[in-house]
Write a protein that binds this ligand. Sequence first.
Ligand SMILES: C[S@@+](CC[C@H](N)C(=O)[O-])C[C@H]1O[C@@H](n2cnc3c(N)ncnc32)[C@H](O)[C@@H]1O
Length: 265
Amino acid sequence: MPPTRVSVAESLRRTVLTASPAGPHQRPTRPADRRHTRRVIVRLDDVRDDLRRAYDGAVDRRDAAVKAPWKRGARRAFRDRLGAEGHTRLLEVGAGTGQDSLYFQEQGLDVVAVDLSPSMVARCRDKGLDARVMDIARPDLPPASFDAVYAMNCLLHVPNADLPAVLAAIRDLLRPGGLFYFGQYGGFGEEGVADKDNHDPPRFFAWRTAEQLRRYARDGFDIVDYHPVPVSDGGVFHSLTLRRQTDGLVPRARLNATLKAKGSS
Ligand SMILES: C[S@@+](CC[C@H](N)C(=O)[O-])C[C@H]1O[C@@H](n2cnc3c(N)ncnc32)[C@H](O)[C@@H]1O
């Protein structure tokens, strides 16, 4: 169940409280209705330590939780897509306790799981997974080394100011044409620390709209599928499947046909 969302005003108030008090992350506020509020741009550096502590302390509870049927459906659909295209090497980003990584591994994929939280990674390793402590904003893996990336409710913890760089990092880890599942709970475009969160300390979220996600995704990816999933609190989960664009590289068959048509070989 997603944590309670906060109002935009409360979210901004909390954002001001949780972000760095000064420095390049601040900018003046524009809209008239917020002219008395200092808008602070939150960065991953501001929230990473609290996120790590929140997840370090939640391993047993999260691992015992029953996975919702629609989440099982999302991973099954992604596995089917990978199977249909012959993809085998998968990176899970923000793997948590490793339930989805284990599923993909048992389905025959070659899986690497990464997570910010050392305790989550330890649980993944207990399950026999190749798991590493890693912030996806600073990946320590070779470029173009995966056919697929799976990120279920991880990138909603990455502030909007850092999301383009994180998406670029994920894109670089994928080989051209590789697939990326990006799923997250949605909202009205606000970001901040959740009210009444069941994790301690309360976690930062970026509650994005479908349009926001599409805009971010278009930079470097083709959108293979987008569909919203209604969730239990009346909210929505955004389910995106993306494909890494090919850098303008021309597939060999098309290149050969072009050269032939031009009379060269
Ligand atoms: C909501 S949990 C989801 C876990 C799992 N994907 C699932 O669906 O059960 C988010 C996970 O992302 C991890 N995470 C958050 N920010 C991250 C980052 N910048 N890099 C890597 N992992 C991150 C957290 O530690 C946490 O385990």
